[in-house]
Ligand binder design. Structure first.
Ligand code: COA
Length: 321
């Protein structure tokens, strides 16, 4: 008897229409395709146009996930949207998604944990489902990081992109599938290594992304390997049981180093950073949807999702898809 589990019924994603190559960036700032590929593995990113916002991308991803789940939008009773780039300071972008989907009544709110936001949102939704409060949840990660980048800072602006990913979670009794374990962490002593230099309560401005990349890199590998091991342990499993790691897509070198630390073959890691760059909270569900749709991830596979971001915050989830 497993009790109630949150099972992934469907996945979806959405990207802005405009795709920007490293070479195109190199026409505007002092960088090169070679530097970006060698240090990060990134080749392309999508950049939102004036009519594309976090909530429109989120709603598009949600529609695709709802269709894949084979349900109707009105069946959703909970929307948890992870984002650090909401349309407005308030209302929560989740309520805008609700309106765009035409859902008359449900619970809808945003979660702010930057790049690990999707993992935080997943644990929140999973807990609410297993508590019996909700039956069908949309968990979304959506970002328009291009709007908070300093396009004169080549150390950050080449790394990020825009996009959205979504999943539909459903309560199922005694399922073999579903979310088996989630583990989250935060350590606010590292606020100053990755942050935005503005906000409603400080400068009254939106601010731009600031990062000490090398230090973030060092912490990321250690924390991600540890939390993946911890979440697998909580599920009574080991790295040998894992079919796919679906990681936060920050940097190909972080993905390689983390997999190596856990003794996981690089072929088991879903890599989309080359195509999407770092889409913050969107990156894990975007990578998951990509791997589901191209046939890599199949029903019954054991997945480990992981992410780390500003705060620092980090986390992992073990999921039987
Ligand atoms: N193009 C060309 N040169 C660049 C550049 C760019 N886009 N950005 C930085 N450089 C230069 C720097 O100015 C520096 O030059 P200098 O030695 O003459 O001063 C040189 O490249 C090395 O910079 P450094 O920052 O030390 O490089 P790095 O090897 O640490 O790589 C990152 C930089 C950002 C790619 C890397 O630190 C990283 O990926 N960190 C993790 C970031 C991350 O994942 N953040 C998100 C977590 S959610």
């Amino acid at each position: 008897m497993n009790g109630v589990r949150s099972v992934i019924l469907g996945t979806g994603s959405a990207l802005p229409a405009r795709r920007v190559s490293n070479a195109e960036l190199a026409q505007q700032i002092d960088t090169s395709d070679e530097w970006i590929v060698e240090r990060t593995g990134i080749r392309f990113r999508h950049i939102a146009g004036p009519d594309e916002t976090t909530s429109t991308l989120a709603a598009d991803a949600a529609r695709a996930a709802i269709a894949a789940a084979g349900i109707e939008a009105r069946d959703i009773d909970l929307i948890v949207l992870a984002t650090a780039t909401p349309d407005q300071t308030f209302p929560a972008s989740a309520t805008k998604v609700q309106a765009l989907l035409g859902i008359e009544d449900c619970v809808a709110f945003d979660v702010a944990a930057v790049c690990s936001g999707f993992l935080y949102a997943l644990q929140v939704a999973d807990s609410m489902i297993r508590a019996g409060a909700y039956a069908r949840a949309l968990v979304i990660g959506a970002e328009t990081f291009s709007r908070i980048l300093d396009w004169e800072d080549r150390g950050t602006c080449v790394l990020f992109g825009d996009g959205a990913g979504a999943i539909v979670l459903a309560a199922e009794e005694d399922s073999e599938r579903g979310i088996l374990a989630t583990k989250l962490h935060a350590d606010g002593r590292h606020n100053d290594l990755l942050y935005v230099d503005g906000g409603p309560s400080t400068t009254g401005t939106v601010g731009k992304v600031r990062m000490k990349g090398r230090e973030v890199f060092r912490h990321a590998v250690v924390n991600l390997a540890a939390v993946m091991g911890e979440s697998l342990g909580a599920a009574g499993l080991t790295a040998a049981d894992v079919d796919w790691v679906v990681p936060h897509q920050a940097n190909a070198r972080i993905l390689d180093a983390t997999a190596k630390k856990l003794g996981l073959a690089p072929e088991k890691v879903v890599v989309t950073v080359d195509q999407h760059a770092n889409t913050s909270a969107a990156s894990v569900p975007l990578a998951l949807d990509t791997a589901v749709r191209d046939g890599r991830v199949r029903r019954g596979d054991l997945l480990v999702l992981e992410a780390m971001g500003g705060g620092f915050t980090w986390g992992a989830a073990v999921v039987r898809y």
